[in-house]
Ligand binder design. Structure first.
Ligand code: ADP
Ligand code: MG
Length: 255
């Protein structure tokens, strides 16, 4: 078969999140130091680094749970600033999954997932419940939809929390150590759900100590060191051809 028209060049990748020279202080502590990076549509970026290096703070600035002191953060073209309208728009586009699942204890799994669409989007009840059941099915919990959080294992609760984030149809999902509070035997069921999401093309920024996940699923690894983004590299370069002594020491401790 001959092509009459030349193959068009690949579309340039679109940065969904842009961070430029981001700084953050807590009192005298300088916890984010000139952090600049971009997160592209469909990309899985994994953030690693020692405890206290600023990983959570950085993630939280991306959806304005923390305010940055200087620099720019732009999410899908929306500048993160003091505009309430911008903040509302960002919150709809950026989902977040925490170490502690933060489910509402008095609501069933289904109600937890359906709540935000009902409240924020005014989705009719029947439709919100149908969509919630679909999401719970996607995370393997269709049979547990009617249960309350206390009737679910930690791994199941975290999968409900992921379904809940997805219910708002976010453009990007932020994960802050989503498996750190789980018993070891439950970690993989959550990582598997995250792998499925990654395969489906979801844009994800994941803070984790799960280096196998980082290597297998990450398109790019970011290493934070004392508030600075010391390095970003593809997984093979990061893990197999690491030349930075500080990062080698970190990997030596964790692997
Ligand atoms: P990580 O997630 O990499 O462990 P954090 O972003 O939680 O690191 O913390 C970075 C630094 O900021 C730490 O020194 C921590 O003690 C400090 N910090 C984080 N949150 C606050 C806060 N709300 N108030 C004061 N200091 C904080
Ligand atoms: Mg943290």
């Amino acid at each position: 078969m001959s092509h009459v028209h030349p193959v068009p060049p690949a579309a340039p990748r679109r940065p969904l999140i842009l961070a430029e020279g981001v700084n953050k202080h807590f009192g005298a502590a300088h916890v984010l130091r000139d952090v600049s990076t971009r997160f592209f549509e469909g990309e899985v970026a994994v953030i690693v680094g020692a405890s206290g290096s600023g990983k959570s703070t950085f993630l939280r600035t991306l959806n304005r749970l923390e305010k940055h002191d200087s620099g720019r953060i732009v999410v899908d073209g929306i500048e993160l600033n003091d505009s309430v309208r911008n903040l509302d728009a960002i919150r709809r586009e950026v989902g977040m999954v925490f170490q502690q699942f933060n489910l509402f204890p008095h609501l069933t799994a289904l109600e937890n997932v359906a709540l935000a669409p009902r409240r924020v989007r005014r989705t009719p009840r029947a439709e919100a419940r149908r969509a919630a059941l679909e999401l719970l099915t996607r995370v393997g919990l269709a049979d547990h939809a009617h249960k309350h959080p206390f009737q679910l294992s930690g791994g199941q609760q975290q999968r409900v929390a992921i379904a809940r984030s997805l219910a708002m149809n976010p453009k990007v999902l932020l994960f802050d150590e989503p498996t750190s509070a789980l018993d070891p035997e439950m970690i993989n069921e959550v990582l598997d759900v995250m792998k499925d999401l990654a395969r489906s093309g979801m844009t994800m920024v994941v803070v984790t100590h799960e280096m196998r996940f980082a290597r297998e699923v990450g398109d790019r690894i970011l290493f934070f060191d004392h508030g600075a983004l010391l390095q970003e590299a593809p997984p093979d370069a990061f893990f197999d051809r690491q030349e930075n002594d500080r990062i080698r020491a970190f990997l030596g401790q964790i692997l």
